[in-house]
Design a protein around this ligand. Structure first.
Ligand SMILES: O=C(COP(=O)(O)O)[C@@H](O)[C@H](O)[C@H](O)COP(=O)(O)O
Length: 354
């Protein structure tokens, strides 16, 4: 069984200079697509369950889906990560369920919408770090709010994320504050705001430096060289899938995501975890629309859902290869959470802040 902590995986990724896509999982088809792609490319996996996924499928179902993946693919190290926890209690329940990594997003309040101040964020995150590390479980924190540098609009999506217009200082993570946050909390990974947002509508034009601040990552990385940086909202919004969706009855307006080559650049400067959800949603929607248009008499869900697995698997393979994740699963020797606890306890995993 190769359920591992996110800290172990991202430490390996940092040592060998690659990034790991963290795919959101809500159902069997996504899980299968991710694992088949990982198997094909020998890639370690991060799968994450969002608040929306937990509401849709239920945390126990998601947990067993992930455990089933670990059982069927014992040679692939898998991190079971809880995405956007809005309180220490939520993180605690995930740890109890067996998640090997949790995100405490204290940049927002318990409603998942209201931007909170530094002291609140550092306080709740520190509480989760203490609890999680005692169980060998990793913690991702967040500083800054996701949202568009083009419009100033915060990145609200499916009930999680700030709402309304924010100023630039809230939408861009300040390197100084990030360093202080890591010092105050001891998080293993830090989600940063650089102009990305959740969902399909990220940019109205292919992004340039003024609306996607990749340069900011270099400054943050200089201050916290061992803390693994996380890019949320990092779907690339494949134009070919938008075309398929619209060709077969969909109606999605012109929109652009984060180019894969920008993510590859960010990986050179400390980004280790890259959150991707929308790309798999677009691919599966396009695959279903295309299949149903060609097979209007079909009513067996296995037929059209199989199409979605293939479409999502190709995207996962592409990202594993582009981010350098491919070829690394077999190089990782899984460590138990008990061993991770001992390492935290001895101070071997303390963060360096410059
Ligand atoms: O960054 C993320 C995805 O980015 P993306 O939209 O794919 O660019 C995830 O962390 C989000 O938390 C996730 O997509 C939200 O999912 P739901 O709450 O809608 O399930």
């Amino acid at each position: 069984m190769a359920l591992i902590s996110m800290r172990q995986l991202l430490d390996h990724a940092a040592e060998f200079g690659y990034g790991v896509p963290a795919f959101n999982v809500n159902n069997l088809e996504q899980m299968r697509a991710i694992m088949e792609a990982a198997d094909k490319t020998d890639s370690p996996v991060i799968v994450q369950a969002s608040a929306g996924a937990r509401k849709y499928a239920g945390a126990p179902f998601l947990r067993h889906l992930i455990l089933a993946a670990v059982e069927e693919f014992p040679h692939i190290p898998v991190v079971m990560h809880q995405d956007h926890g809005t309180s220490p209690a939520i993180c605690q329940r995930s740890i109890q369920l067996g998640f090997s990594s949790v995100m405490m997003d204290g940049s927002l309040g318990t409603d998942g919408k209201t931007p909170m101040d530094y002291d609140y964020n550092a306080g709740v995150t520190r509480e989760v770090v203490k609890m999680a590390h005692a169980c060998g479980v990793s913690v991702e924190g967040e500083i800054g709010c996701l949202g568009s540098l083009e419009t100033g609009m915060a990145g609200e999506e499916d009930g999680v994320g700030a709402e309304g217009v924010l100023d630039h200082s809230q939408l861009l993570t300040d390197p100084e504050e990030a360093a202080q946050f890591v010092k105050d909390t001891g998080v293993d990974a830090l989600a940063i705001a650089i102009g990305t947002s959740h969902g399909a509508y990220k940019f109205t034009r292919p992004p340039t430096g003024d609306i996607l601040a990749i340069g900011q990552i270099k400054e943050i990385h200089k201050r916290i060289p061992n803390c693994h940086l996380v890019m949320h909202g990092s779907s690339s919004v494949p134009q070919e899938w938008l075309k398929v969706i619209n060709e077969f009855g969909g109606d999605i307006g012109e929109t652009y995501g984060v180019p894969v080559e920008e993510i590859v650049e960010a990986i050179k400067f400390g980004v280790r975890k890259v959150n991707i959800d929308t790309d798999l949603r677009l691919a599966s929607t396009g695959a279903i629309r295309r299949f149903m248009a060609a097979n209007p008499a079909e009513f067996d869900p296995r037929k059209y859902l199989k199409e979605t697995v293939g479409a999502m698997r190709d995207i996962c393979i592409d990202r594993y290869e582009a981010f350098g994740t491919a070829g690394n699963a077999s190089k990782i020797k899984p460590m138990s959470l008990e061993v991770m606890f001992t390492k935290y306890d001895k101070g071997e995993l303390d963060q360096e802040v410059k």
